[in-house]
Design a protein around this ligand. Structure first.
Ligand code: ADP
Ligand code: ADP
Length: 239
């Protein structure tokens, strides 16, 4: 198993109820998993535990056999380089070009000022061009991202993520600020990239129909508990 999560529990300071309550779930390469649940159900907390933006209160997260909850920061940096996150608000640098923004994905562990100074080697420049082709934004290469539509911004976010050559793609509501048509296009793109690169993809989404259409597997949380884990066709209306 690529990711094996056991009894994962997160209780935020001062909270009376856990945000995640003894969650058990395993995930493998090739799965495109959508996470459903109402606002506050624990979806985001779950995703953030995996890349360790949040340290769980209890439980275990194994990544290809390595226990992440007790890993040193240094070792965690290596692991993190295999994981990328696609954000709701894109987290791009507005006044920089599409190409420059894409390049900033080339190395998370490198000092940020180097990225901004444009110290990139040929290989990185080539990867950025390839990534932009993959998201069909090559013609927008030299435009400032602030001039782009929401869907195009998210494509830049995806291109930037691809620079890391990830094996795990995490999405924290990546289409929450996009219209339905654009959302579907972004999901289609993520699914195509997923299939082509044989990734594990794990995405929070509000829209049940999107999950049904694109996921190979759906999990759902309610009040921090895993209440559903099955193929999309098993999802019933009352969910
Ligand atoms: P979802 O992503 O499903 O909307 P979250 O994981 O964001 O849910 O939140 C789960 C629960 O944890 C909610 O009750 C939320 O209010 C709480 N929570 C989330 N982040 C924090 C935080 N940083 N501090 C305290 N409580 C939080
Ligand atoms: P979004 O997902 O943000 O809607 P799209 O790529 O679907 O972005 O299209 C946004 C707008 O940009 C549309 O009007 C489309 O016709 C235009 N557009 C998309 N791709 C290109 C391109 N490669 N060159 C020129 N215009 C494009």
């Amino acid at each position: 198993m690529m990711l094996e999560i056991s009894d994962l529990t997160v209780t935020y300071p001062k909270a009376t109820e856990p945000a995640l309550d003894q969650v058990n779930v395993s995930m493998n390469k090739g799965e495109f998993i959508c996470i459903l649940g109402r606002s506050g159900a624990g979806k985001s907390t779950f995703i953030r535990c995996i890349n360790r933006l949040i340290k769980p209160s209890a439980g275990s997260i194994q990544w290809n056999g390595t226990e992440l909850t007790s890993l040193s920061e240094r070792a965690m940096r290596e692991v993190r380089s295999e994981m990328v996150m696609i954000f709701q608000h894109f987290n791009l640098i507005p006044r920089m070009s599409v190409f420059q923004n894409t390049l900033t994905g080339s190395f998370g562990s490198r000092p940020a000022y180097k990225n901004l100074l444009g110290l990139f080697d040929e290989k990185e420049l080539k990867s950025a061009n390839q990534a932009l082709q993959e998201v069909e934004l090559d013609r927008f290469r030299d435009q400032r991202v602030e001039a782009l539509s929401g869907g195009q911004k998210q494509r830049v976010g995806i291109a930037r993520a691809l620079m890391q050559k990830p094996s795990l793609v995490l999405g924290d509501e990546p289409v929450a600020s996009l219209d339905p048509t654009t959302s579907e296009r972004i999901f289609q793109l993520l699914r195509n990239i997923h299939d082509e690169r044989n990734l594990l993809t794990l995405i929070n989404v509000h829209d049940v129909e999107l999950a049904k259409k694109f996921a190979t597997r759906i999990i759902a949380f309610k009040e921090g508990k895993l209440i559903f884990d099955d193929q999309p066709s098993a999802l019933t209306d009352e969910m």
